[in-house]
Design a protein around this ligand. Structure first.
Ligand code: LMR
Length: 338
């Protein structure tokens, strides 16, 4: 027979059990993996998109039941104008902006935007792996950002809505979309063009409607965003690099339990190796697809043509040398020697 007393006892026991479940940290953790949000602005088939997916796969394999990585590609959560602030606010845990988007946080990273600094992606890789390059990963910790890795995309090409795009005089007076970088702004001013800082997600429409006449980007971004469908000419300038720094909110990263941090560090190394190995091939394949699509013409440039671009952009170096530091520029130049 159930008495009032035993009913009360049962209710008390149930309450006690529930409280224990909610307050025991071990139990609560075992049930809910830590959610790690990783946001980026490009498509999944690009080098960054592929590396991010690899990171998710490797992290969840190394830390089963402990972490769940959610990837938000193509500016789904927020675009490049907001993602750094969102990271600092803790709304997202990891992002991988292009190196051109950090100049509000450190002047040193402006190095990567100097025109014609690196001969090719191998040289960029050598610099990033060097002591000087690795040192830059922690250049923004006092601003709350910790660099976890460099990820490659590739070398930038110049594109415009005009038929002729061989020499600097062909871009005079034209409007160019640029990433939020003062060096890139100076680069287009040195060419006599009008640069406009603009979020990545807005570029296609700006090109299509003629808000801007041209832009600079890698083959993979050009193909994935269909820029080649709204541009007439893409000149093979290879005048700069578009690479990424994967950054985490430093407070969040430094507060991770040792086993989680170790697993995520290993997963990041795997993702970096994977994405960086794919980057050049993806860009070359996308160049081919752009050529086959027969929309924009790919303009090859002679050595003489290239020399005119290099010369026109030279003043940019002098202007930013003081902020970046001569040592860093020399270290980067050294990486051009195999
Ligand atoms: C751009 O804004 O053009 C690029 O930085 C986009 C990206 O993340 O590759």
């Amino acid at each position: 027979m159930t008495t009032a007393f035993s009913l009360r006892k049962r209710a008390l026991l149930a309450t006690a059990l529930l409280t224990a479940t909610l307050t025991l940290p071990g139990l609560a953790q075992a049930q809910a993996p830590m959610v790690i949000k990783f946001s980026h602005v490009v498509a999944e088939q690009t080098p960054k998109g592929q590396a991010a997916l690899k990171f998710k796969e490797a992290a969840e394999k190394k830390l089963p039941g402990k972490v769940q990585v959610q990837i938000f590609p193509s500016s789904q959560l927020f675009g490049d104008a907001k993602e750094l602030e969102a990271l600092l606010l803790g709304d997202v845990h990891i992002i991988a902006p292009s190196l051109s988007k950090f100049d509000r946080y450190t002047k040193k990273i402006q190095l990567f935007d100097l025109p014609f600094l690196f001969d090719d992606l191998d040289a960029v890789d050598r610099f990033q792996s060097s002591a000087a390059g690795q040192g830059l990963l922690t250049a923004m910790t006092n601003r709350g950002l910790i660099g976890l890795a460099y990820w490659h995309n590739g070398m930038k090409q110049m594109s415009s809505s005009k038929d002729k795009l061989t020499r600097p005089e062909d871009v005079k007076g034209l409007k160019f979309r640029i990433q939020t970088s003062d060096v890139l702004e100076a680069q287009f001013r040195a060419l006599g063009a009008n640069p406009q800082k603009m979020a990545f997600a807005e570029v296609y429409q700006a090109l299509q409607t003629g808000v801007v006449d041209g832009q600079e980007n890698t083959w993979s971004n050009t193909y994935a965003q269909k820029f080649h469908e709204v541009q007439k000419t893409i000149a093979e300038t290879n005048h700069g690099v578009l690479d990424y720094m994967v950054v985490a909110n430093a407070k969040w990263w430094n507060g991770l339990a040792p086993d989680i941090k170790k697993g995520l560090t290993e997963a990041m190394a795997e993702a970096t190796a994977h994405g960086n190995k794919l980057a050049l091939d993806i860009n070359l394949a996308d160049r081919k697809k752009i050529a086959e699509a027969n929309k924009a013409k790919i303009q090859a440039l002679s050595k003489e043509d290239l020399a005119t671009w290099r010369k026109a952009m030279e003043p940019v170096w002098k202007r930013f040398e003081g902020d970046i530091g001569r040592d860093l520029i020399d270290a980067a130049l050294k990486s051009n020697n195999k």
